[in-house]
Design a binder for this molecule. Structure first.
Ligand code: FDP
Length: 341
């Protein structure tokens, strides 16, 4: 028996231990965020297990279909939403929940209320479920300013006001990436322990990348700066090598790769969708928060993404995020375009 190896294995930095360590740096903290995070982690573990079992359990298919026992089949994204809503409410630390799956925000009943608002997409990239491509959960957390009267304005705040953001990717391994505003850390689920272990400490995105990631099928409807940027990726004029194109079409997976390898991920505006496709509150903001915390940038084509003030909970925005220098390049192209007008 290798006692040294075993001893090493018992000194694991789990996500709970990590957050408790962070909490101990703030003497005023009462542990509410740690409790909230535990419930988010529980939701992620549940969804991870459902995603892994999806084929076997015949969870795939349209919501509303019935199985051989005549029971109603639920789609994975419907199940994931129910799991997160229940986990977040039962934490006793939330007051308003905004989910991609629900048209209206959920106001938690007064007896179970806490000070956090959580915005989330329980299962992003759902068009990839049936072919086993990586999908994920994205979340952002705001802290309530005024406890007296809850209104939608408590969640219609710019992304820079978030106190935490993260995502969990359900892929060949289950990875949870989290920022509480002091850098970005990545945790991998050890299925034998059922614990997320710190595997990527203080993630920093490379300053410049070699990959661009965009749905080029929309190119005929792009604006000038996006078209020019992608042209430069393929035919650089400064003598550098062309960039590689990688596009999974699942935001969590595309952003995860961008964070670790560098480069740029874009979902620009186009003539058909002048506000792009991705949702401000639970896609653009959390991913932009993580990018900035990792040393990168996030830009909408007009402004810093985290400065946007959403008007409605399901608002959309164009987004360019990733390595600092790469986003700087697209910002320059938009600035040049604006100067021409
Ligand atoms: P999906 O439609 O599969 O749910 O916002 C959802 C999203 O996936 C993102 O995860 C992904 O980045 C994007 O849409 C892909 O959109 P396109 O298929 O238009 O490229």
């Amino acid at each position: 028996m290798d006692h040294a190896a075993d001893a090493h294995r018992t000194d694991l930095m789990t996500i709970t231990r990590h957050v408790l360590n962070e909490q101990s740096k703030h003497s005023e903290s009462r542990g509410d965020f740690t409790i909230l995070l535990n419930h988010i982690v529980l939701g992620c573990k549940f969804v991870c297990s459902s995603v892994n079992k999806a084929g076997l359990a015949k969870l795939l298919g349209l919501a509303g279909e019935t199985n051989v026992q005549g029971e109603e089949q639920k789609k994975l994204d419907v199940i994931s939403n129910e799991v997160f809503i229940k986990a977040l409410i039962s934490s006793g630390r939330t007051c308003i929940l905004v989910s991609e799956e629900d048209e209206e925000a959920t106001f938690v009943e007064p007896a179970l209320r806490g000070k956090y608002c959580v915005v989330f997409d329980p299962l992003d990239g759902s068009s990839n479920i049936d072919c086993g491509v990586s999908i994920g959960t994205i979340f952002g957390v705001y802290m309530l300013k005024d406890f007296k009267e809850l209104t939608l304005d408590d969640v219609l705040q710019p992304g820079k006001n978030m106190v935490a953001a993260g995502y969990c990717m359900y892929g060949s391994s289950c990875n949870l990436v989290l920022s509480t505003g002091t850098g970005v850390n990545g945790f991998t689920l050890d299925p034998s322990l059922g614990e997320f272990i710190l595997t990527h400490r203080d993630i920093k995105i490379p300053k410049k990348g070699k990959i661009y990631s965009v749905n080029e099928g929309n190119a005929k409807n792009w604006d000038g700066p996006t078209t020019k940027y992608v042209e430069n990726c393929k035919f650089p004029k400064d003598g550098s090598s062309p960039k590689s194109l990688r596009y999974i079409g699942s935001m969590v997976a595309d952003v995860h790769r961008t964070l670790l390898y560098g480069g740029i991920f874009m979902y620009p505006a186009d003539k058909k969708s002048p506000n792009g496709k991705l949702r401000v509150l639970y896609e653009v903001f959390p991913m932009s928060f993580l990018m900035e915390q990792a040393g990168g940038q996030a830009f909408t084509g007009k402004q810093r993404a985290l400065d946007v003030v959403p008007k409605k909970i399901h608002d959309r925005s164009p987004i360019f995020l990733g390595s600092y220098d790469d986003v700087e390049e697209i910002k320059a192209l938009y600035a040049a375009e604006e100067n021409k007008e």
